[in-house]
Design a protein around this ligand. Structure first.
Ligand SMILES: Nc1ncnc2c1ncn2[C@@H]1O[C@H](COP(=O)(O)OP(=O)(O)OP(=O)(O)O)[C@@H](O)[C@H]1O
Ligand SMILES: [Mg+2]
Length: 575
């Protein structure tokens, strides 16, 4: 209902046009029975042993039936086109809403759910909504008006028979309504499972290399087959319920026919009604029956659409937790002081990643974060970008709590190369240019050179126009990293965040990138996460993290002297 109001209502013009056509169709359809009755009565008058002329009025009547058929078909065509247009437009709005809510919403939500679940919402839920929208738009008005129109003509022709029918028909609808509820429940279950299968498929194809290398074909096939079997089981359940609707209506229809024929034979013999009336009523029922049937299944289709709408609202109604605070200010370009003050943080699943982390990076400094895997290094970047809010303590930039800065202006101050150098399925050029919208050709090339990427890009078929492939799959790991680095460089932001940005490069390439970066990093606050300690020697300060805290902080020389955690890491890597 809400969906009807918010999303379908904006396209009301199409639905009004569709409904007018539906009304026209219904009027034409409802007139059939009566026209038929008149024709049959005309024919009865002709019957008999004597030869007579066919009266002009009868010719006219027959012609009018033809006209009614043409009007009905044309209106039907118009109705379908108008309603479809309206529904398609509403569906586009709904999809855009959903995608917008997910993209603008919390990073945590996307990080937490399997991507397949969302993909399924876009494809399956939207299909269910489209079907329901179309069926309602096309069948509801037409069905109800036709049935009412037919009912009136039937009353006029033979009210006794009509009342008998009126008692019989509703009996057929009780089981149909009950089925609708079952269908709704099951279809929700089935949609959720489609999401699981979608995830499974995406995962299987993305990790094809590992599957082959480890000989996991059978494992994957078994997993997929379980998914497919479950899928078809749920699908069959829904289908069984829905399939029961037609036979139920068919059976009651057949029984009704038998009763009517018997009743009519008896009444015509009594002189209570005429053959014309009977043929007219049969004609009227023939017109109304498919409409009634459609109305019967309409309920279950609408239920499925309702289930889909619920899932859509789950997405669009969730208010992001990390929204700009009411008084949040854009911060402009910062000088680049970054401070963590006793910051504590746990991921939504409860994993404590930071347990009282404190450090300050002064403007223009290059700070390295080192420490064992899982120590919380990447988490520092997540909080600095405000993808999550800390559970305790304060993260600030230029002395301002990041909560009091608008998200957009905070992030425009940061260039990030994440651990998974995410590229998009677009050209190399576009992937670099995404760092700063409106970047010039010269900027792109300069950034690529700084990232030591220019030469290998030129060697690609197509050069800067070569496609990166889905998630950058056309490139090697080191090439992906350099493109991601070029993207961060072109952003020319005051704060540069590099998470294992050169880990996949050979020593020589890395040295080249380091040189270029040293020039670029001047005047910018640079945070570097690296496991390879040769990468961080030149940093102004090195912060050693262990288990969510900073355990040492100082230059390479000082920390080596200190003979503590850093020294141990260095010795381990050298030995
Ligand atoms: N999205 C997440 N949901 C739940 N827990 C997470 C998530 N990301 C990280 N963690 C957990 O938080 C802790 C710190 O993770 P983090 O990614 O910051 O480590 P890291 O120091 O970057 O490690 P690495 O050197 O391996 O990249 C780990 O225990 C990890 O399991
Ligand atoms: Mg990490």
């Amino acid at each position: 209902m809400r969906l009807a109001r918010e999303r379908f209502a904006t396209h009301w013009r199409w639905f009004v046009a569709g409904t007018l056509c539906a009304a026209l169709t219904s009027i034409a359809a409802a007139s059939y029975g009566y026209l038929l009755k008149l024709v049959v009565e005309g024919l009865e008058a002709l019957a008999g042993p004597d030869k007579v002329e066919v009266p002009t009025s009868l010719w006219w009547l027959i012609a009018i039936i033809g006209v009614a058929a043409v009007v009905r078909s044309l209106a039907l065509y118009g109705m379908t086109i108008f309603n479809n247009t309206g529904v398609q437009r509403a569906v586009v709005d709904i999809q855009a809403d959903q995608f917008g809510a997910l993209t603008d919403g919390d990073f945590a939500r996307i990080a937490a759910e399997a991507s397949g679940g969302f993909v399924s919402r876009f494809i399956n839920d939207v299909n269910a909504l489209r079907d329901a929208g179309l069926r309602i738009a096309n069948n509801l008005t037409k069905g109800i008006l036709t049935v009412i129109g037919v009912f009136i003509t039937m009353l006029v022709m033979d009210w006794k028979l009509t009342l008998v029918l009126l008692v019989i028909y509703p009996i057929a609808f009780a089981p149909v309504l009950a089925l609708g509820n079952r269908v709704r429940k099951r279809s929700r279950q089935s949609q959720r499972q489609i999401g699981e299968v979608t995830s499974l498929l995406g995962e299987a194809f993305q990790s094809a290399r590992v599957v082959k290398a480890y000989g996991l074909e059978d494992y994957q096939k078994a997993r997929a087959e379980r998914g497919f079997v479950e899928r078809s089981r749920l699908f069959l359940k829904v289908l069984t319920d829905r399939a029961a609707v037609d036979p139920i209506l068919e059976i009651t229809g057949g029984l009704a026919l038998v009763g009517i024929l018997a009743l009519t034979a008896w009444r015509i013999a009594q002189g209570d009604t005429s053959l014309g009336n009977f043929v007219g009523i049969v004609g009227a029922i023939a017109v109304a029956a498919p409409e009634l049937r459609a109305l019967g299944t309409l309920n279950s289709v609408a239920q499925e659409g309702g289930a889909a709408a619920d899932r859509v609202f789950e997405i669009t109604d969730a208010a992001p937790e990390i929204a700009d605070a009411p008084g949040a200010q854009p911060i402009g370009f910062v000088t680049g002081t970054v401070a963590f003050d006793n910051v504590r943080f746990a991921y939504p699943d409860g994993t404590e990643a930071l347990k009282g982390l404190s450090f300050i990076a002064n403007p223009g400094e290059t700070i390295a974060l080192v420490g064992p895997s899982g120590a919380g290094k990447s988490t520092v970047f997540n909080l600095l970008l405000r993808l999550y809010d800390p559970t305790g303590g304060v993260v600030s930039v230029d002395g301002t709590n990041v909560r009091d800065i608008t998200g957009a202006s905070l992030r425009s101050n940061m260039g990030l190369v994440a651990q998974d150098a995410a590229l998009f399925d677009d050209t190399i050029r576009a992937n670099i240019a995404l760092g700063r919208l409106g970047a010039s050709e010269a900027d792109i090339e300069a950034a690529a050179r700084a990232a030591n990427a220019h030469d290998f890009i030129l060697a690609l078929p197509g050069g800067y126009d070569a496609p990166a492939g889905e998630m950058g799959r056309n490139l090697s790991g080191g090439q992906r990293q350099r493109i991601a680095l070029a993207r961060a460089i072109i952003r020319a932001a005051p704060i540069l965040l590099l998470d294992e940005a050169t880990s996949a490069l050979d020593a020589e390439s890395e040295a080249k990138v380091q040189d270029a970066l040293a020039g670029f990093a001047k005047g910018r606050t640079t945070l570097i996460i690296a496991h390879r300690l040769s990468t961080v020697r030149a940093a102004d300060r090195i912060i050693v993290m262990e288990d969510g805290r900073a355990v040492e902080d100082g230059s390479h020389g000082v920390l080596m002297e200190k003979n503590g955690a850093y020294r141990r890491l260095v010795d381990l890597q050298l030995s």
